[in-house]
Design a protein around this ligand. Sequence first.
Ligand code: ADP
Ligand code: ZN
Ligand code: ZN
Length: 728
Amino acid sequence: MYAKVIVDISNNELDRIFDYSVGELSLEPGCRVTVPFGIRQIEGYVIDLNDTTDCPIDKIKPITARLDDYPVITSEMLSLMRFMCDRYHLRVIDALRLFIPAQMRGGKVKELSKKFVSVNPDIDDPRSLIKPSAVMQLAALEFVLERGEVSLSEVNANCSAASVRNLIMRDILRIKDVEVMRTPYNNLTVNDNNVRLTSDQQAVVDTVLSATNKTFLLHGVTGSGKTEVYMHCIAKVLASGKTAIMLVPEISLTPQVLSSFRARFGSRVALLHSGLSVGERFDEWRRLITGEAVVAVGARSAVFAPLKNVGIIIIDEEHDGSYTSESNPRYVTSEVAEFRKRYNECNIILGSATPSIESYHKAMTGEYQLLELANRINKRPLPEISIINMCNEVYNGNNGAFSVKLEDELHKCIESNNQAIIFINRRGYSSYVMCRSCGYVAKCEQCDVSLVYHKEEDTLKCHYCGNRYKALSVCPNCGSEHIKRGYVGTEQIAEKLKEMFPNETILRMDNDTTQNKNAHLQILGDFASKKAKILVGTQMIAKGHDFPDVTLVGIIDADMSLHFADYRSVERTYQLITQVAGRAGRDKKAGTVVLQTYSPNHYVYKFAVSGDYKHFYEKECNLREVTKFPPFTRIVRILVSGESEIAVRDALQAIFEKVKAIAQNDKRFVFLNYMWAPVKLIKNMRRAQILMRILPDFDGYSEIYKIADEYKTNKINIFVETNPNSLS
Ligand code: ADP
Ligand code: ZN
Ligand code: ZN
């Protein structure tokens, strides 16, 4: 018998299958093994077993050992691996590595076992074996007898350790190793309010449960009770003996979410996310693969949960950018979920208050089935949004970050002992250029996306076509010199608030204040317990949190994401405003939202204020169709990187010529060009890119992959991405 083994080394040249002989080992596909490789022993995965081999027999070496007592890659995951390698052009080993906890590889994490002590059951009267004068030994014996089985550390803490050792040596006490699971957030207070579904919720649950092999898009306004719908569907799926996967954006995996799932499903839930310790993650993963846990709750990577017989996959906040992996291995979570749906013949729910244009388009064209929850639970109104034209503030001599209205509302809110959230919109590293007097924003003449100011070259660049423009010093529209570049930071805003409210504590949440593992939970906890009345933050505070006393939400710079140089900018702005505004007035108190903008007439604000997603979608969709952006095209980028600028340029040009030869005879290519990447240098690697936009019916991607592959070497990395979340 011969095994086809993928060795655990990530290297373009080694991403091949090697044959080994199995010998006496009992193996199945998916087993982790060690094999001789050159002069080393390394880990690998058996992906297939055969009676024959094409290799010369004298070249074949035997597998050294099998590593675990169960196959760590299930057969579903082996199929998924093939799917992902085809679809995303991944290295096999990079795909496999997604499926198991990182630290398990190379044996960096192990099962945790604890030593337990009990009295040897073959001894009838253990007391008689101990001299009456050995008081300490007798005490230790009594301690264990009383408890039956007790951990060695507890015995040692309460009795004389020397006496315990003596009793163990004489086989009066026995030790055994018992495996213990490290359970994350074990001390979360569990408090389940198992509610009665509203008729709207019930209708959604019934539709999902009566279908198979379907993807639903659940469009439910913020506070419409989507989480309750998810939990009811999961409960029904579990009752039928199947398993469930629940995905949440990393940032909204708060203790609130975790504890509500724990409360409902108890120890049947396993949590998978980056905040866990290595040991906890390993144990949660093992509870899933052994079937001890049947619900996986986690961020993006939990879509790879090693569950068998999956009955439902739920992706909450489906529009969230974190569901697309932006670094190798690149994949799209919903596409992996679709694969698992087909494999398991189950359903998918994609849920959002603000679905992505692409998903909604699929719902409109019949690929997904649309479900709606149009009202908040108990019909609480959505908060009222006031739009403040910041150009008027500048005109009236107010050059600060706060409009008069927002400052007034803040005072009212604090004086009435309520809480406020100040949101600072801040995306990415780049900055757009805008006139603060008239709101003019510099845009690319060809692509209609905002230009990005590149300080080192003092030019404006378009990230979609590479065109360059001269940097502005006066506004071409009104002649004003109030040109704004870049953004205000959370720190500045927090300082300003401190001046306005010297007696108040201001909490700040951004990348700087959340470096520590649990910092973000700590800040949210402090705000929830009303240790502060004002919370200032970035995107991180936009999602999922339920603070009943928040009556005011201020959005400092709503335009920030609007003019981000990305075709999805408008969509993201709509999503952000809706999400942030949804933080206000969630409980019994009404909420106010003050939205500050320099482009008050932009259509996105009209639709966001009225909460009219459908008309927003129609407008946005029309624009995408005209400008030929997704979902009407696919954006494909070939990213070439390497240390040598010349080598990168040569590879890029060679690939470009070959792609151009294809594109010239194919009307489905609506754009093709090559350029340096917006971020030209990362970690000493020069980066360049070929960008194309291609109509959806194009099917020649394998040819493009093949061309890209030809130029991969150990000095040049090449990745092909489709519809990347951001171009950087
Ligand atoms: P969404 O995820 O759609 O924003 P949530 O699931 O957070 O909404 O629900 C909002 C609030 O309504 C939560 O506090 C939740 O406990 C409550 N809720 C949900 N469904 C019901 C129901 N059927 N009856 C009463 N309260 C409910
Ligand atoms: Zn352009
Ligand atoms: Zn101007």
